[in-house]
Write a protein that binds this ligand. Structure first.
Ligand SMILES: Nc1nc2c(c(=O)[nH]1)N[C@H]1C(S)=C(S)[C@@H](COP(=O)(O)O)O[C@H]1N2
Ligand SMILES: [Mo]
Length: 417
């Protein structure tokens, strides 16, 4: 890439700087092995007929993003490569996965959802029943409560990409029936205030959800980005709780039981509570607080030259809309408002960008999200002071990235930034 003017940067959209991205060798190998591309690039595509139509499309041979896996023998999650996605939607085959006992194979023809307990008319719903109700679609993120754990550490590993740190996070268009519709069908009993949600996997994931959320924006979702929910995301149906921690969004949902108290299941007592330094714990800490991370430039990319670059990232809040994102290039001494990119939706992912003239010196890049409730993304020390060292969930502190004079970029939580 030749030199680029400030005018070009300010007027530019995406593609311009993509040529400067360097893939790691490991990434390049994976692409070569796995791409089933139909053809190698033609020297002059105008001189011969192109490939025919196909019943199922595929990605360009050179564009083969992959989920980040831990050691499959010991982990039960995979992460979305958030730095490789140009928009806000996560393609379904790249949605992060977190399974406590694997992905069950559920026969959609035998699937049933039971709603019972403190209701006037206990009922079961088949998949066809669910699809017969007026449907709703909404875009929102799902984020694992434990996302970003690698960043809750004053000595965090600098060689981590945004996806390796925060990739237990994906955004989709979800389609389904509002839970309020189903609850109206069964009739909420007097005094009911909680709903136990239970999954049909070997973990029988069970979480108590306040009735208020169930009647607000909860959904029994069966569609994901224009297709049936993928088996890993809960096929044939999952509970969707916009803005709340991933764990409570029970996949393979098979039972909802209304009651007048939380059920105190394994998944909300021994797990998914946040122990505090004073010996107490935050329980039912459902809402995912506002967070942002820079996805470019970030490890493992290397900036090839000084000059105008667009700092890009993602911001989201479980409380509503993102109203502002601020960016610092000097480790938090000065902050400037970033541009927010439409659409800016409630409990959804918002892209931000900020043009930056890199002078070739060391720089410490940070972003800070603010949502419509006025909540400001905290720095690591503020969060540790509030939550203690031993907490296992809700790591939304500021993510710093250090650019070195040779253009390499590292995760810089270990800088104390
Ligand atoms: N039935 C069931 N639901 C579940 C889980 C599970 O293991 N079983 N995992 C939970 C956790 S911890 C998370 S973060 C999200 C992950 O959703 P995803 O795999 O679709 O990304 O599903 C939640 N729902
Ligand atoms: Mo999770």
């Amino acid at each position: 890439m030749g030199s680029i003017s400030r005018r070009a940067m300010l007027g530019a959209t995406g593609g311009l700087i993509a040529g400067g991205l360097l893939k790691t060798q490991a990434d390049a190998l994976t692409v070569a092995e796995e791409s089933a591309g139909p053809q190698t690039a033609q020297a002059d595509p105008t001189k011969m007929m192109g490939a025919p139509t196909s019943v199922l499309g595929q990605r360009a041979p050179g564009e083969q993003p992959r989920r980040r896996m831990g050691n499959p023998a010991v982990t039960s999650s995979s992460r979305t490569p958030i730095e490789e996605l140009p928009g806000i939607i996560t393609p379904a085959d790249l949605h992060f996965e977190r399974h406590h006992a694997g992905v069950p194979a559920i026969d959609p023809d035998r699937y049933e959802l039971l709603i019972h307990g403190m209701v006037d008319r206990p009922m079961t719903f088949t998949l066809d029943d669910l699809k017969r109700f007026p449907a709703e679609s909404r875009l929102c993120f799902i984020e694992c409560s434990g996302n970003g754990g690698a960043a809750y550490n004053r000595n965090a590993n600098p060689e981590r990409s945004p996806g390796q740190i925060d990739g237990l996070f994906s955004t989709s268009e979800w389609t389904g029936v509002p839970l309020a519709t189903l609850l109206r069908e069964v009739g909420v009993g007097r005094g009911a205030s909680w709903v136990l949600a239970e999954g049909g996997d070997a973990a029988v994931m069970s979480r108590s959800i306040p009735l208020e959320k169930a009647l607000d924006d909860a959904m029994i979702a069966y569609g994901q980005n224009g297709e049936a929910i993928r088996p890993a995301q809960g096929y044939p149906a999952r509970l969707l709780l916009p803005g709340w921690e991933g764990n409570a969004q029970v996949k393979w949902i098979r039972r909802l039981e209304l009651s007048d108290r939380p059920s105190m299941t394994r998944d909300e007592t021994s797990k998914y509570t946040d122990p505090l330094d004073d010996g107490t714990a935050r329980q039912f800490s459902f809402v995912m607080d506002a967070k942002s991370t820079i996805t470019f430039p970030a490890y493992p990319y290397v900036l090839p030259e000084r000059g105008w670059w667009e700092i890009r990232g993602l911001a989201w809040s479980g409380r509503g809309r993102i109203t502002r994102v601020e960016v610092s290039t000097d480790g938090g001494r000065n902050w400037a408002p970033a541009q927010l990119q439409e659409p800016i939706l409630s409990k959804c992912t918002t892209r931000f960008r900020h043009v930056w003239n890199w002078d070739g010196g060391e720089a410490l890049l940070m972003s800070r999200a603010i949502d419509e409730t006025g909540y400001v993304q905290p720095d690591l020390e503020t969060q540790i002071a509030a939550r203690g060292e031993g907490t296992s969930y809700h790591y939304n502190s500021i993510r710093p990235w250090r650019v070195e004079p040779d253009g390499r970029v590292f995760f810089a939580q270990g800088d104390g930034g």
